[in-house]
Unconditional design. Structure first.
Length: 406
């Protein structure tokens, strides 16, 4: 793992050594030095309600529910501790934990639009984000324009007087395209438009979009934050004002409650996030480089390989990369894709990603033999590179690639 640790990223290092905003301080000390009994693992407050000593105390809490634990559909101390660490990670005023990444996306967009408004969105964003704009919000009179997003002028040209939100994701799902996040956020700010970015891929360990002027970062906490493929969660990070608005409107209304045990598991996962991300990055680079030089591979889309079309942009944004990328098998035959997938022994055949295990998801998975598969989809394969030894993963791929005969 050479290059990218040299600080090319403009959004500043996540960790400034010993200071109170260092990742180490946030993870191991922030709001925990008074844990009961000096507990190293914070308590799990698995309770739905909280009681008060007096009428006055009860009333004070109820009138400021955003800042008090009254009922776990609103706040819970285990949830809040996790949120405080997530907010500090991103340099955000506040972070809100919700029940899934899709809830985070929906809340962050819906909070700022009403009937007649318009959203500009990157076309290859996570599919449920695209469905929200293409199918769900039109029922309420909210319009949208999908853009490729790589060319900033195209994004700016799509802005209308009624545009309220620009929705970004870098890199985009499956296609791994990268926007000029800082330039777009700057143009949006001038026009009073909110920018939202899905930062699930890089995590706050490798990228802090709020430091480049983005208003809101959303995450699927089901991926690296837990890191063990055992929780489903979402995170919204932004200014105190924006997150309080989302909490009062969408969160309390739609009831996308994070379970305290999920928050506790996430907190446990976060403790090892920095070291896991370094390992995913190192492994992914090794596997991506191997695949790139393989005769049965047509191309690899990993943002931190020099062959990526937005490599320089990726280097300026990301301090490192995650374990998720895609590649194209050098074949036009469906049978090759099926045989390759079935031959893998270490890679598990599954959706989602972000745990310690390596996964494979062929884009052709929704098709049957004899179907007319779009030729650009057929050979496209997404992998998540986990924490296994990269040499073992490469050996597994090497033998599976023998099944690809072209
Ligand atoms: C998985 C994922 C989501 C959705 O998160 P859930 O927790 O599954 O709801 C959103 N964005 C990206 C980039 C994802 O990979």
């Amino acid at each position: 793992m050479e290059q990218q640790w040299d600080g090319a990223a403009r959004n500043g290092p996540a960790s400034s050594s010993s200071e109170e905003n260092s990742v180490s301080y946030i993870l191991h000390h922030l709001n925990e030095d008074d844990n009961p009994f000096g507990a190293v693992s914070p308590p799990l407050y698995q309770t739905s309600i909280f009681s008060f000593k007096s009428f006055a105390e009860f009333r004070d809490a109820l009138t400021d529910e955003v800042n008090h634990s009254v009922y776990t559909r609103g706040n819970n101390p285990t949830v809040m501790l996790t949120e405080q660490k997530l907010a500090a990670f991103d340099g955000a005023g506040r972070a809100k934990l919700v029940s899934s990444g899709v809830a985070a996306i929906s809340h962050a967009v819906m909070a700022f639009v009403k009937s007649g408004d318009h959203v500009v969105c990157v076309r290859d964003c996570y599919d449920w984000g695209a469905v929200l704009l293409a199918k769900y919000l039109p029922r309420f009179g909210v319009k949208h324009t999908f853009v490729d997003g790589v060319d900033t002028a195209e994004v700016i040209d799509a802005i209308r007087p009624e545009t309220k939100v620009i929705y970004l994701e870098s890199p985009t799902t499956l296609t791994f395209k990268i926007q000029d996040v800082e330039a777009i956020a700057g143009e949006a700010k001038k026009r009073g438009i909110k920018t939202v970015i899905d930062n699930t891929w890089a995590t706050p360990i490798f990228f802090n979009p709020l430091k480049l002027g983005v208003d809101i970062a959303v995450y699927s906490g089901s991926k690296y934050f837990g890191g063990a493929s055992d929780i489903v969660a979402g995170v919204i990070a932004g200014s105190v004002e924006d997150i309080n608005l989302i909490q009062k409107q969408e969160f309390l209304q739609l009831g996308t409650v994070p379970d305290p045990f999920m928050a506790w598991l996430m907190l446990r996962g976060l403790r090892t996030l920095p070291i896991r991300m370094k390992a995913h990055y190192e492994n992914a680079l090794a596997v991506a480089r191997y695949l790139e030089n393989h005769p049965r591979i047509e191309s690899v889309a990993y943002p931190l390989l020099p062959s990526h079309p937005q490599y320089e942009r990726a280097r300026s944004l990301f301090r490192g990369g995650s374990g998720l990328f895609s590649f194209r098998l050098a074949t036009k035959r469906f049978a090759d894709v099926i045989r390759f997938t079935d031959a893998l022994k270490l890679f598990k055949r599954a959706v989602s990603w972000g745990g310690y295990e390596s996964l494979v998801l062929p884009n052709a998975i929704k098709y049957y033999e004899g179907d007319d598969i779009p030729p650009e989809r057929l050979p496209l394969v997404r992998v998540h590179i986990g924490l296994e030894e990269s040499a073992d993963l490469i050996a597994d791929l090497e033998s599976a690639l023998r099944e690809v005969t072209g």
